[in-house]
Design a protein around this ligand. Sequence first.
Ligand SMILES: [Fe+2]
Length: 333
Amino acid sequence: MLPAFGIHRISHVGLRVSDLDRARWFYIDLLGFVKVERSGDEIYLKGVEEIQHHSLVLRKGSIPGLSYIGFRVSRPEDLDRAREYYRSLGMPTIKFKEKGVDEAIAVEDPYGFPLVFYYDMEQIGDLGLKYNLYRGAPPVRLSHVNISLPVRDLDQALKYYIDDLGFILTEYFLGEDGSKHAAWVTSYYKHDSHDLALGKTIGANPGPGLHHVAYVVYEFRDMVRIADILASSGLWDSIERGPGRHSATRAFYFYIRDLDGIRVELFTGDYVILDPDRWKSIVWRFDQARYRSDFWGRPIPDRWKEIKPVESIVMSGMKPLEGYSSMMPTIRW
Ligand SMILES: [Fe+2]
């Protein structure tokens, strides 16, 4: 089955932050993001290996959370195909512009997530061998975004991501009831462990939520360096979980919180799928709960369940968010 339009890869993320100067300090001075430019109430950032104009946009907002997730489409004509596809679902797209991107479309997708699609972004060059400019970790490139879908049945949602958008299902967790509780999907072009991690939001009237944004770092030691930098800055509460190693994705992880409580993961060492068309999804049963998330690591803290709201493209402001992520369904040991 051919996807409705071609998605090249996940490209960038917009976050709402309450104080741009504080966010600049955290993301640039402490973590080591490359500052590209500041424009009004937005700061454009990227990792040291990214050639494109930006992969992270910090936008001032009264409620912190996810502003949008950006994807590059495969060909220019895929923008029209995306427009047609979402129109057929009764979800009209709007024109979207940002620094470095003149032509893009934005849509609130069937699960309430604000998505931006573009083909052309300005290329400004990476830091290359300018190691003298590296600081913090540094973040290398955007890895993935982890979101919580307001659904009871993740299988239904996976039809959208896999059949319609063309992602590959790399791995999934089964809950106690045998249904899928979390899933990892990757694009054919990027074909590492995932572009998106999909969990479920639990509650009486749950909304879509952001769990975390993840950046690749070169090595495990870079996570320890960030832990040292955060502690030296008095930000002990920003250290949330890890470092450790996931079984799913096989990568090393370290989860921190920014000054608005938005969760950022530093991530390294996942696999690459050499033959995406031959990949067999890895299944993790509920009785493997002890180690499917942590091959090794300390117990998961309670606040791991917390998620952040998601901005609405249709109505301005953030969508109400009730509930918490079920990415890790109350596992204790
Ligand atoms: Fe992650």
